[in-house]
Design a protein around this ligand. Structure first.
Ligand SMILES: NC(=O)c1ccc[n+]([C@@H]2O[C@H](COP(=O)([O-])OP(=O)(O)OC[C@H]3O[C@@H](n4cnc5c(N)ncnc54)[C@H](OP(=O)(O)O)[C@@H]3O)[C@@H](O)[C@H]2O)c1
Length: 312
């Protein structure tokens, strides 16, 4: 049945992939954007201008749209400065997502789909974590701010009366227009020998191709039980595996090797954490409960596709 769907973050990497998928399935799509200068690029039935940090304007716009489902794909991670990006993201999760949830409830929406991150899991215990693992709310610095805001947002989304809440915890997003694509930050750091291998570190990364980050949303418009789902590929990878493979496929130099102490002296805290202690995530729950399978089951094929090395 066609639904009325509102997408916040419609101009983002995932948002731009999601809109056409929704329209192909004949849903009525309202794109929520905060600037008027990119409206013609947004393939939606209706475009409304609102900032998710402005509850009043947001509530008015959502009431007019009368949505069945509201999807949040906003983030502040696009900011050039990493600390600023984290602060903006923390604010968006602490205030923006909650405003969107309030506005969705007031507008009579039946479902709310929120963005989570598998990178927010506390690094302890098993190498590969499921949805029951705790988020790292006591993490240091700006990262701690992001995780605490995420945890609080997730709690609200899952417990709010009158609406079914879903949290999709994505892995590290890669694919066209992401940080991993030419022009993106990871691509630049790898090609500039600024992302080393930490020889005594065992950081794991779970990846999610942007096709899967967008496509999985369709599963939750009507299906699935409310709750939290890891949306990641099948192959969490140590940096000693994915980083040299990525560098090779990107045509960059082989990554230099550092000890953990050298890495701590040369790199920012979050990068060291990711390379040395971050855990991966399993997609077992979403596979078992919804039968979901990633279009890109492994970053190996996904990276190859990104650099035109994958047949077909
Ligand atoms: N990248 C990753 O590795 C990763 C990992 C886990 C989860 N995620 C989550 O995945 C989702 C999609 O990420 P993405 O890479 O597609 O993001 P993106 O390309 O950076 O797009 C972010 C979107 O948020 C919008 N936005 C920012 N502040 C806003 C505000 N105050 N009001 C309304 N809209 C606002 C932006 O609009 P403008 O065009 O106006 O700037 C843009 O459309 C995000 O929720 C992110 O947190 C990402």
């Amino acid at each position: 049945m066609p639904l009325r769907v509102v997408v916040a973050g419609a101009t983002g990497v995932v948002g731009r992939k999601l809109l056409p998928l929704l329209r192909e399935r004949e849903h009525h799509v309202t794109a929520l954007v905060r600037k008027t200068d990119r409206l013609e690029d947004v393939p939606a039935d209706e475009v409304v201008v609102a900032d998710v940090l402005d509850l009043e304007g947001l509530s008015d716009r959502l009431r007019e749209s009368g949505p069945d489902v509201v999807i949040d794909q906003t983030t502040g991670f696009g900011a050039a400065d990493r600390d600023e990006a984290m602060r903006r993201t923390a604010k968006l999760r602490a205030s923006g997502s909650k405003n969107l949830l309030d506005a969705a409830v007031q507008a009579g929406a039946r479902r709310f789909i929120a963005p989570g991150m598998t990178a927010a899991y506390r690094p302890h215990g098993h190498d590969v974590l499921d949805e029951e693992a705790p988020l790292w709310t006591e993490a240091p610095g700006c990262w701690g701010e992001v995780v605490r805001a995420l945890a609080s947002m997730e709690e609200e989304v899952l417990t709010r009366a009158g609406i079914e809440g879903f949290v999709l915890r994505y892995g590290s997003l890669y694919g066209p227009d992401t940080e991993y694509a030419p022009g993106g930050d990871i691509h630049a750091r790898v090609c500039g020998s600024e992302l080393p291998l930490v020889v005594d570190g065992m950081g794991l990364t779970s990846f999610t191709h942007v096709d899967d980050a967008a496509g999985v949303v369709l599963e939750f418009l009507e299906g699935g039980d409310p709750g939290v789902y890891n949306v990641v590929d099948n192959e969490p990878a140590e940096c000693s595996e994915w980083l040299p493979a990525y560098a090779r496929m990107a045509g960059g130099p082989a990554p230099v090797s550092l000890t953990a102490d050298q890495a701590k002296a040369q790199l920012d805290w979050l990068t060291v954490h990711q390379l040395t202690e971050q855990r991966g995530a399993t997609n077992f729950r979403i596979r078992e409960t919804l039968g979901w399978r990633p279009t890109w089951p492994s970053w190996r094929e996904g990276f190859a596709n990104l650099f035109g090395l994958w047949p077909g």
